[in-house]
Design a binder for this molecule. Structure first.
Ligand SMILES: *Cc1c(COP(=O)(O)O)cnc(C)c1O
Length: 377
């Protein structure tokens, strides 16, 4: 049997022809026809106040940090079990990160731990919906409202996923998405900022266009094209947007297939999990599952290492995920908060299994068979 890789980027078939079309129009820089089409599609489908394509989710998070006016000395509350880009853009602007532990039954931040971390310096809560499964947003938005904080949803993994019928990335003041090749919908490198609070709309376009009023000028709303604020080069070229359009048009098909594969994992593994005290993804009643990821949480780091080796010996690539950021080489000396045992446990014990469009159901059957075999007495 051929090795089963952890991920394989999926092409719908239309990417190259759309990219060729973008090239042939003669306008290949950003903010053109394909960009507008993608943004309109995503705004209409998910009810985002406004969507701006970016070159990555990291870019979108940098834009969010600028829009929130994060300054030296401000505090930002964020989970420790996440990717560096959830917090790096705020660190660049001088913020101190106050890390929250994950919940016991899933890697999302434990919302019952947030409020006690709020101080008079707190400005932003960064919410990360791990594996595309929603955090309890009512609780988070309520805290934000009571303490006058801004909420940025790092929805990198969350395309087509919902919290109580509201699209993820559309609930916080700002949201950020990734179209990196490891996500459900891809452009190689790519991302999007969503602006759900109108107060940020005008400035988001300026920051997107290097701190100029270029957009307003071309819409005839400004007399001159000038430097008006901070900003950077965040917009992708039309070639990237053309690639994205092909992916977006195939969204329902991609999601349908991924969800079927995910359910097959759950069907095969839930009995083993219950018998052996292994944690599988938990979908709360308020959340949907966009099948971004299938994972299991082993009982120890050693067990995970042995399982990774066992799968590898059987031609299957299983991979671990984040290492707690509060213990990272970069941040550990600056971190003075409490121990975060759940975050550390997911760092040590969480294992991700292959999940991508072109994976076959029989390959999922085989992977599960090997996992079950590993746990046989
Ligand atoms: C993938 C990911 C990112 C980074 O996305 P890029 O588009 O590569 O910048 C940020 N946060 C989370 C939670 C992610 O999963």
């Amino acid at each position: 049997m051929k090795p089963i890789y952890f991920n394989k980027p999926h092409l719908t078939g239309k990417e190259v022809s759309y990219m060729e079309k973008a090239v042939m129009t003669g306008k290949i820089s950003g903010d053109g026809v394909f960009t507008h089409k993608c943004q309109a599609f995503l705004e209409a489908r998910y009810g985002f106040g406004k969507a701006l394509l970016t070159n990555s989710c990291t870019d979108a998070l940098e834009m969010a940090a600028m829009l929130c006016n994060v300054k030296e000395g401000d505090e930002v509350i964020a989970p420790s079990y996440t990717f560096v880009s959830s917090v790096n853009p705020f660190v660049i602007r001088g913020a101190k990160i106050v890390f929250v532990d994950s919940a016991a039954d899933n890697p999302n931040m434990d919302v019952t731990q947030i409020e006690k971390l709020v101080t008079n310096k707190t400005k932003v809560i960064v919410v990360v919906h791990y594996a595309g499964i929603a955090c309890d947003m009512d609780t988070i938005m309520d805290i934000a409202k009571r303490y006058n904080l801004l909420v940025v949803e790092d929805a990198a993994q969350c395309i087509d996923s919902f919290y109580n019928k509201k699209a993820l990335g559309g609930i916080g003041h700002l949201g950020t998405f990734s179209f990196h090749e490891s996500k459900n919908i891809i452009t190689g490198e790519g991302g999007m900022l969503t602006i759900n609070d109108k107060a940020f709309t005008e400035r988001s376009e300026i920051i997107w266009e290097k701190g100029t009023n270029r957009r307003a000028f071309f819409k005839g709303k400004a007399a001159k094209y000038e430097w008006v604020d901070v900003g950077s080069s965040y917009l992708p070229s039309e070639i990237t947007a053309a690639f994205l359009m092909a992916q977006l048009e195939d969204m329902d098909n991609i999601q349908h297939k991924r969800i079927r594969l995910w359910k097959n994992y759950q069907k095969h593994l839930h009995k083993l999990a219950a018998a052996r005290n292994i944690q599988l993804p938990h979908i709360p009643g308020f959340a949907t599952n966009n099948a971004h990821m299938y994972y299991m949480v082993c009982r120890s780091g050693d067990e995970r290492a042995e399982l990774i080796k066992y799968l590898h010996d059987n031609g299957i690539q299983g991979v671990f995920h984040y290492q707690s950021l509060h213990k990272s080489p970069f941040y550990k000396n600056q971190y003075h908060g409490a121990e975060l045992p759940n975050s550390d446990r997911y760092s040590d014990c969480l294992l991700r299994l292959p999940l991508y469009y072109d994976l076959k159901q029989r390959e999922v059957d085989y992977i599960c068979e090997k996992v079950i075999e590993f746990y046989k007495d």
